[in-house]
Design a protein around this ligand. Sequence first.
Ligand code: NDP
Ligand code: 13P
Length: 335
Amino acid sequence: MRITVVGAGSWGTALGKVWAEKGHEVRLLARRPALAEAINSRKLNPDYLPEIELPENLKAFIDPGQALTKTEVVVWAVPCQHLREVAQGVRDILPRKIPLISAIKGLEIATFKTPVEILGEIFPENPRGVLSGPSFALEVARGLPTAVVLAFEEESLARELQEALSTSFFRLYRSQDVRGVEICGAVKNVMAIAAGISDGLELGLNARAALITRGLAEMMRLGLTRGAEPFTFSGLAGLGDLVLTCTGRLSRNYTVGYRLGRGEELEEILGSLHQVAEGVYTVKALYRFAQGAGLELPITEGVYQVLYEKEDPRNVLRRLLSRPLKAEFEPPLRP
Ligand SMILES: NC(=O)C1=CN([C@@H]2O[C@H](COP(=O)(O)OP(=O)(O)OC[C@H]3O[C@@H](n4cnc5c(N)ncnc54)[C@H](OP(=O)(O)O)[C@@H]3O)[C@@H](O)[C@H]2O)C=CC1
Ligand SMILES: O=C(CO)COP(=O)(O)O
């Protein structure tokens, strides 16, 4: 199969490596000539996965025409806030009708749209789905066992792509709940920042477990009002990715939170990260949406206040703990 991966960062490169090793013809669309040149000539990605050797049949391009001609699947792996601009840039040359897979976890700040919704506006004739779940790029690139979920509304297409894209260590489950899988992937990044802050403040393992569980409740409260399937939250994209990113030091979102908890400023952290931490942006979209919809998302609100209102995380914590006592499951989590 000819696969084009748009975005030659950590995730695009890791996915490209896995599928090239399976024997697919994979073309990575980078935006910087120097990066494409390094991938092609040195067979490594010095900026994002410097210690990983890349296969010969993984080729990088900066010309969208070369990367997209006669391709059969396009996988999107750029930061969510740039997806619209990148997709619009290739609108006229991307083949019609071929499936598009978002590997992006986030929500567009200006519109509160998911990546698949954005792709739908730009490529209405192409079937669109999402790949998500607990999957640090570095571990995938190293060939460590990983399970993710691929969601397409059309079951037969999900089956076909599941077969084509699974490998002996990269196992795809299938789903038809595109909206639910996307909401899980977006919200978990915000919860990972919260868990990082908690660990940075040395609040302990009990606090982190509470954040993961109440983070799941928040994810469900939002997702259920947006038409997600309830089971999706307990799956790989929901609980699976929450556990990974709220506990794994490889997470950029967790790292942002941890460093905030240790007292660093957000600007300083982002200036030294060199990779995208999607939760930093998604929290803005979520916060605004929750305010407008009257939805209670207290952890999201707390992360927003720490990031954008320069609130001391200890004050935010005090407020979270002094909220009125309530039942564990209230509507919409329980009818
Ligand atoms: N890394 C991971 O473990 C995982 C990441 N994801 C998701 O994948 C998505 C991409 O993340 P990831 O690969 O990690 O991010 P990185 O920061 O590692 O890489 C981002 C890539 O996007 C490119 N890019 C950034 N801005 C633009 C733009 N305006 N136009 C074109 N290209 C642009 C960058 O190009 P340049 O190098 O030139 O800046 C780079 O190739 C995110 O939504 C993330 O949540 C999902 C699962 C796992
Ligand atoms: O989504 C991821 C793993 O599933 C990667 O998480 P971070 O973006 O926080 O590094």
